[in-house]
Ligand binder design. Sequence first.
Ligand code: NAD
Length: 368
Amino acid sequence: MGEFNILLLPGDGIGPEVTESATQVLDSVAAKFGHSFHYENDLVGGSAIDAYGVPLLESTINTAKKSDAVLFGSVGGPKWDDAEIRPEAAIIGLRKSLGLFANIRPVRVAPGMEDASPVKNDRVRNTDMIIIRELTGGLYYGKPKRRWTNKAGRMAVDSMVYSEREVDRIIRVAFELARGRKKKVTSVDKANVLQVGRMWREIANEIALDYPDVELEHQLADSCAMLLVTKPSDFDVLVTSNMFGDILSDEAAILTASLGMLPSASLAGLPSIGSSGTRKVRGLYEPIHGTAPDIAGSGKANPIGEIVSAAFMLRYSFGMELEAKAIEQSVEGVLAEGLRTADIAGSNESWVTTSEMTAAIVAGVKSI
Ligand code: NAD
C-alpha cells in the first residue's frame, strides 16, 4: 500500500481522451491493490500556449519535480503550427529539467495481432523487445554545432559527444531491465567508424562484468536496422545512442499493429523494478503517438498506448510489478477476445469506442 503523486499533462487533440482512460485504469488498480494515487492536472503544449502564451510554464516544471511521476498525453496540432515556440518544446523542456536520460520503448507484437503488422507473420511472431535510447547527449546536443559559409560554400557541423558517465548510466539501465526479462542486451554502435562507438563498446564490455547472468552482444547500427525487420524476435533489450535510437525505435515501432498501442517511459535513474514503492524513480510516461487531430473528439482514439504507459509508470517509477502486470494482462485479454478500436480493426471487423475499450480494460483489471 502506498501513496503516490502523479502529475497529469494531457496536452492536446486525443491527449486528454487517452489520459482520462489511463486514470480510470489507474483508479481500478488503486482500488484493487489498496494504493492512493493523487493527481494534479496541468496544461501543456498547444492548450498552454492558448492559456498562458507558452507551451510549458516554470510552475509546471516545479510541480513535475515534486511529483513521483508524470503521465503525459501528446501535444501539437495544426492550430499551433505557426506558433513562435512550438507545443513540442514542452516535451524537450520537461526532459531537460527532469534529467530524463533514458528513453524506453517496448516493441511487442501481442499474440493474435500478427496479421496487423506490415511484416510477415512468421517474422514478427513472438517479438518482444525493449529499445533504450540515450536521450540527453550525443549528436543532437554535442558542440560544436553550427553553420557557416566559406569560399567553398555552405558548411555545417554537428558533434557526437559522449562522456563515460553518460554511456555508463544508460548501459546500466539496459542490464537492469534485461535481468527481469530474457537476460540479453544488444548494444548498438558504429564502432567500425566512430570513436564514440569504440568507447561505447568498451564501456559496455566493462559493465557486462558486473552482470554475469546477462548476455551482451554488439551490433553495428546498419546491420541492426536489417535484423530488426528480418529477425525481430531475436532481440530482448537493445540499447543505443540518441540518434541511432531515434531512427531504430521508429523502425521497430512499425513491426506492431498501430501507433496507438505503443507506450514509452523516460527515466532519470535506474528503474525501480520490484522495489514495491520503496524506491521511487522520477519518470515521464507517454504514448509514442501524437495528437491525432484527424480523429480527436470522435471516440476513435485507441487508449492502449497511454494505458500501458501508466502500467510502465507503476513498474519503472513505483516498482509495482504485480499492478503493472494486471494492466498488461487485462489489455492482452481484451485484445484476445477480439475487442478492437477503429485503428486496429480489420476492414470487416466492428470496432469499439475509446470509452468502451477503457471500460473493458477496467473490468479486466477488476477480475484478475
Ligand atoms: P499522430 O501520431 O498524431 O497521427 C498519425 C496517424 O495515426 C493519424 O492517422 C492518427 O489518427 C493515427 N493515430 C495516432 N494515435 C492514435 C491513437 N491513439 N488511436 C488511433 N489512431 C491514432 O502523428 P501526426 O499526425 O504526424 O501528428 C499530429 C500532431 O501530433 C502534430 O502536431 C505532431 O507534431 C504531434 N505529435 C506529438 C507527439 C508528442 O506529443 N509526443 C508525437 C508525435 C506527433
